[in-house]
Design a protein around this ligand. Structure first.
Ligand code: FMN
Length: 194
């Protein structure tokens, strides 16, 4: 059953993006990863601060295993079969207005989320799948990747081509389908909250 019939006619990329866990373990060209990160770069942010930062590795490169090992055990189990891993950070201190900490405006995480969405949609347009993961070893990332303390680890995301769901444990295999969404009239209200 196709649960991704939009109620209103959005561009296909919005419903085609979903987050599988079965990846095919192939390598991806760095040029494709750069296109995906370039899309993130063009995300909007408060005061155009652009607080997002990325640390990435491509499957098989010198940094790949380090980034795999910074996933929590649940995510590591399946995401190690993806083709690229990207860790997304937000800058908690830069403020484009007057040098005050960005904590004051508090939008660094929100802005980083917007960059993630750009990346995910661009990946979809290129024929890849992505999967965001909050389950990362946040206490170890700064040391292991040499990240300055002011940068907050937000998520990691995997990128790759879909693999066969039979490679997943039974519980995950059942969940390897696009999810649906709340109806628009449950989340968007005209004029007042109702
Ligand atoms: C910020 C964020 C954190 C997430 N963390 C994880 C995670 O640690 N592990 C996981 O398997 N999925 C994770 N997900 C995937 C979500 O469960 C998934 O996006 C959601 O169920 C909607 O499904 P869809 O992406 O297929 O549309 C995360 C997604 C987001 C946006």
């Amino acid at each position: 059953m196709n649960v991704r019939n939009p109620d209103h006619p959005v561009q296909g990329v919005f419903v085609d993006r979903w987050s599988p866990r079965a990846f095919d373990g192939s390598e991806m060209p760095e040029a494709d990863l750069k296109i995906i990160l370039e899309a993130a770069r063009w995300s909007p942010s408060a005061f155009n601060i652009q607080p997002w930062r990325f640390v990435y590795a491509l499957r098989g490169d010198a940094h790949w295993q380090t980034l795999v090992d910074l996933l929590n055990p649940f995510n590591l189990d399946w995401a190690q079969h993806s083709s690229a891993l990207v860790y997304l950070f937000s800058d908690t201190e830069v403020d484009g207005r007057n040098g005050k900490p960005n904590r004051a405006s508090g939008t660094h995480s929100f802005d980083a989320g917007s960059a993630w969405a750009h990346a995910a949609l661009q990946a979809t347009a290129l024929g890849y799948h992505t999967h965001a993961m909050a389950g990362i070893l946040k206490d170890e990332i700064h040391d292991r990747l040499g990240v300055p303390a002011r940068f907050k680890p937000e998520i990691a995301f995997s990128i790759g081509k879909r693999g066969d769901a039979s490679q997943l444990d039974e519980s995950l295999r059942e969940r390897e389908v696009p999810s649906t969404r709340l109806p628009l009239d449950k989340i968007a209200f005209a004029g007042t909250w109702s």
